[in-house]
Design a protein around this ligand. Sequence first.
Ligand code: GAP
Length: 474
Amino acid sequence: MADERAPQVSMDTIVSLSKRRGFVFQGSELYGGLANTWDYGPLGTEMRRNIKDLWWQRFVHQRANIVGMDGSILLNPRVWEVSGHVSEFNDPEIDCRVCNSRFRADTLIEDRVGINADGKSVEELNALITEHEIKCPTCGNYDWTPARKFNLMFQTQIGPVDESATEVYLRPETAQSIFMQYRNIQLSSRQRIPFGVAQIGKAFRNEVTPGNFIFRLLELEQMEIEYFIDGDNWEPVFEEWLEEQQAFVRSLGISAEHLRAREHEPDELSHYSKRTVDLEYLFPFGWKELTGLAYRGDYDLRMHQEGSGTNLTYFDQANDRHFIPHVVEPTFGVDRLLLIVLIESYAEEETVDANGKASSRTVMRFVPEVAPYKVAVLPLSRKPELAGTAGEVFDKVRERYVAEYDETQNIGRRYRRQDEIGTPLCVTVDFDTLDDNAVTVRDRDTMEQVRVPISELLPTLDEQLNKMSARLLG
Ligand code: GAP
């Protein structure tokens, strides 16, 4: 059962740590930025790769009946007409006539009066804004244009603009690439139902609502599975995927108290969905969608069969029957997963050193599997005597782990930096190392240090990383 305890860290703290340490930077910062775009720095990039690799391993490599694909971002515009996105993939937007600020009408209502207005018609939204006399959050005036539908797909052209250019859309979900290739994949990989197709890739949405850092982006990355089934049997499959989604999110070190499942109301459902359950996370700005799980029925394949005139039925040999498969669709957003890992892992602590001196530290308690670096190798000083051995230790460590070498500043500061970027283990090479061929391994969370012969370093690191994962994942 989820509780109402908000994680104590503020978004400002996460944004500034992300910039200072190189997780996430504002997009186009030199030119004043571009709203709702961010760039991932060295550490954020490593973490996103880890999240995607863990997902791929779990859902593709460890399952015999899920295969991968990598589709293009530009699709034939007919895809989006037939899928219903041209007519239905809209948000209701509203403008303040005084200061020209633009908002999503449903989120404005939700933020101001706490009513879930997702899926309400523009008429209902206008009525709610009038009833509650909702004022502009920017300038405080009450003078709105009527709410109107705004299509979220980005458009561009193929070919010279001044001639007969073709208008195309950047895909707003990766799913349609899978439906386009469903038949080729099923035939070429000889999968039998039930089977899934997984894809990790970029999607684009012309979002109106301000972003809350990397929560709501114009350019996002999705990890989606279309799981093709015989429609009669969708409910247990849906429940299984809900559990699988939670298990994956928990494996990134997210506590159960900060997660809850929320069923969509009928008027909130996307045009293609018969049932949707979001997994929500308790962000510093409230409970918000983290992942989605939709039962799309046979909507997409049926529409594309009609739209393209190509037979998309599946032949069930055992029962000598042709049918259009139904789909259960678990979707994850890479950017939101990274964001919650940053929020959830953040801790500030008081510490006391061996001499009884108190100080405080910031530590990112990442599970080792998602941490950007697993190990840092730190020579105690920059003296040339240590450099050779420290370099050899680093070479040995990085054969197995993504690791960092740091010889700047005093050792205390370097430990603090590694704590703040969430490196699970630090290996220190000191002057004794030159005599005893041993190094010190320090645990990020307990700050305990053990002396280990260099010959046993790799198995010790393995063991300590496994212990840390087990401790954090309970
Ligand atoms: N194919 C189904 C689909 O796209 P969705 O609920 O619209 O469903 C799925 O999106 C997931 O993609 C969300 O749960 C979220 O993690 C992520 N997502 C959607 N819009 C986003 C945005 N503007 N910025 C960042 N992530 C987003």
